[in-house]
Design a protein around this ligand. Structure first.
Ligand SMILES: *[C@@H]1O[C@H](CO)[C@@H](O)[C@H](O)[C@H]1NC(C)=O
Ligand SMILES: *[C@@H]1O[C@H](CO)[C@@H](O)[C@H](O)[C@H]1NC(C)=O
Ligand SMILES: *[C@@H]1O[C@H](CO)[C@@H](O)[C@H](O)[C@H]1NC(C)=O
Ligand SMILES: *[C@@H]1O[C@H](CO)[C@@H](O)[C@H](O)[C@H]1NC(C)=O
Length: 587
């Protein structure tokens, strides 16, 4: 009797095992490119025993509730307006379903991964583990290769496609590193040096701001803090809530902001603020080499400080993952810039109320599953009460030939991500004064990944009906339109390594707008109110009345004239540029 039972059990397990394991062999493609991403060249297969840090993003069980909460706490007409969520409340909404955890753990164990050796985000939605290339290839039914970036010579270990057992598709949102090739150095910093435009070495009207009747005409060719403080009407406001309110600048690309350049800059251009300093937070091996000032980093911090002083500013220097062992076989570099920064910042209990970031990629180069994960992480920051500003990009409606990477080489306008994420506020560029005009490099258009959010439906439909059938087929009229707003972006005077020079880009526009939002947050906090948090529902309803509509200029690209700046929202300058005095009256 006992004997037959044992036999029966043995027989059962003989049969059960293949059935159980079969589900892990039933692979279905999760994401695949039809061509090697442009700008990257295949070098060789990745060494099988090199190790890499893998992140598994699990489906967030209540993400719909998180998004609903985000919109409610950000809508000035909703009773929950300003009732931002705590870290714990957000984590509750991004937790994966217990079934997702169970089935993914079984799959990991099947592939020899010790669940105890994995690390979880506080919400449990991200699992981080170390795997060998060989293990990853078996798990994802793929081959990893080493690719080199043509411009920077960076090498990465990536794959052109990856698969998951079909039972896992409903549980896993994304796995990295796989098909997203963007790295710290290959991402586009949205700024460039000006060599042919005039330079000024001092703000000779910085002590007369309050008495100026109009913005000096010099601001039409060189932008200094005094230009912006006059133009955007901030010069008479003194921040009060400086022990609570903070402004964060997120930097990548091994770009360092230098304290000595900030001091020189402020002495020349805003001497009453020359005691200002910023703190630096180094994330994931991010550096802080004070002998190696970065144009982008100095631009960002010099203008956020000059506008928001004395609000504390923090520069976040995010690096790639540290090497895992000194084995010379370890070529893998798992830089996932936004994920590293976002996972870090979301794990803090107290976070700055305003952030600005000046990097972006063509949306089509970011896999949809990756872009969706990152965009949802920005939604979490918004729900926590932070305003997230991104430069819209410096490529008009698209840089270069604008052909699609889906194998058809069709010409399409090229939206920029993360500016195209509906949960960030994207900032385009202007130049000239009296009046301001859209600057031609200002990126804008319509996402092919993210649908048009309700908050902008009426503003965008006004633009689309005036556009009629122009450019039909080149852009996606049901996609999220960007940018949302704009600010000056040409020939900002900055100090790098002690000398003054000009720099342009929506990289200048985003810190400028962020500086003004930091002042508005200061005003709200000093009045006992919550910070503004995610801005867009407010901007497209009440806030628009405090913006200057930009109605001329355009953003050519893709061998077209691009879109025109028009009355009302347009995909060049959004709703317009800020008037702090008017915005203050509206918050
Ligand atoms: C989150 O922060 C806590 C406390 O500082 C730390 O112990 C933990 O390791 C962090 N978790 C992650 C995933 O970074
Ligand atoms: C500015 O901050 C940095 C880093 O915290 C510090 O090393 C430096 O001494 C500060 N500079 C001044 C002038 O306070
Ligand atoms: C247009 O945008 C919608 C909404 O985001 C999306 O579902 C659709 O796939 C996009 N179409 C193209 C051709 O990209
Ligand atoms: C600046 O703001 C004040 C309110 O503080 C407002 O009265 C004035 O019209 C604004 N100035 C300009 C030039 O828009």
């Amino acid at each position: 009797m006992l004997r037959t039972l044992v036999l029966a059990l043995a027989a059962a397990s003989v049969w059960a095992k293949p059935l159980l394991e079969k589900r892990w062999d039933d692979l279905e493609v999760k994401h695949a490119w039809v061509e090697t991403p442009r700008g990257w060249t295949y070098q060789q297969p990745a060494p099988k025993d090199s190790r890499m840090e893998m992140r598994i993003g699990l489906k967030q069980d209540k993400i719909d509730q998180l998004i609903t909460s985000l919109y409610e706490v950000s809508d000035p007409d909703h009773e929950r307006y300003g009732q931002h969520l705590s870290k714990e409340q957000v984590e509750e909404l991004v937790k994966p379903h217990p079934d997702s955890v169970d089935v993914v753990e079984e799959w990991l164990e099947h592939h020899g991964v010790q669940v105890a050796d994995t690390h979880r985000s506080a919400g449990g939605d991200w699992i981080k583990l170390i795997v060998t290339v060989d293990q990853a290839e078996r798990m994802l039914g793929t081959k990893y290769n080493v690719y080199q970036h043509d411009g920077t010579y960076d090498t990465v270990v990536r794959t052109l496609s990856y698969s998951l057992p079909s039972v896992l598709h409903e549980h896993i949102q994304v796995i990295t590193p796989t098909t997203y090739f963007g790295t710290i150095k290959s991402m586009k910093a949205t700024s460039f040096r000006e060599t042919d435009l005039p330079t000024v070495d001092a703000d000779d009207f910085q002590n007369e701001l309050g008495s100026l009747a109009t913005v000096p005409s010099s601001c039409g060719s060189t932008i200094t803090p005094s230009c912006l403080r006059t133009l955007y009407n901030t010069s008479s406001y003194t921040p009060q809530a400086t022990s609570t309110n903070k402004l964060g600048v997120s930097g990548y690309l091994n770009e360092y902001a230098t304290h000595s350049d900030l001091r020189t800059f402020l002495q020349r251009f805003r001497s009453d603020a020359s005691s200002a300093n910023f703190s630096v937070l180094q994330i994931n091996g991010g550096g802080d080499d004070q002998s190696d000032p970065g144009t982008e980093a100095n631009l960002d911090i010099q203008y956020t400080e000059a506008i928001s002083y004395p609000t504390p500013n923090i520069y976040y220097s995010t690096g790639g993952s540290p090497p895992f062992n000194s084995d010379s076989q370890t070529t893998s570099n798992t830089n996932e810039p936004y994920l590293n920064w976002l996972n870090y910042i979301l794990n803090q209990t107290s976070i700055p109320q305003t952030f600005t970031t000046s990097y972006g990629d063509d949306e089509q180069t970011v896999p949809l599953d990756y872009a969706t994960s990152v965009c949802n992480l920005f939604a979490q920051l918004g729900a926590r009460g932070s305003s997230i500003l991104f430069s819209s990009g410096d490529f008009g409606v698209g840089g270069g030939e604008c052909t699609t990477n889906d194998g058809t080489n069709t010409v399409k306008f090229q939206p920029i991500f993360p500016a195209s994420c509906p949960y960030v506020t994207s900032v385009g560029g202007t130049y000239k004064v009296n009046p301001e005009v859209a600057v031609d490099f200002s990126s804008g258009g319509f996402s092919n990944y993210f649908a048009q959010p309700t908050y902008q439906a009426s503003a965008v439909s006004g633009f689309l009906s005036s556009l009629g059938s122009s450019y039909s087929g080149l852009y996606n009229s049901s996609g999220r339109g960007f940018p949302d707003v704009a600010a000056q972006g040409r020939n900002f005077q900055i100090v790098v390594d002690g000398s003054t020079g000009g720099v342009s880009g929506t990289s200048a526009s985003s810190p400028t707008f962020a500086g003004i939002i930091a002042l508005l947050n200061d005003y709200r906090i000093a009045s006992g109110k919550a910070p503004l948090g995610f801005l867009n529902p407010w901007l497209y309803s009440t806030g628009v009345n405090g913006l200057n509509d930009i109605t001329s200029g355009s953003n050519p690209g893709c061998n077209t004239n691009g879109f025109d700046a028009t009355t009302g929202w347009d995909p060049v300058t959004g709703l317009g540029t800020p008037d702090f005095g008017k915005l203050q009256a509206l918050v």
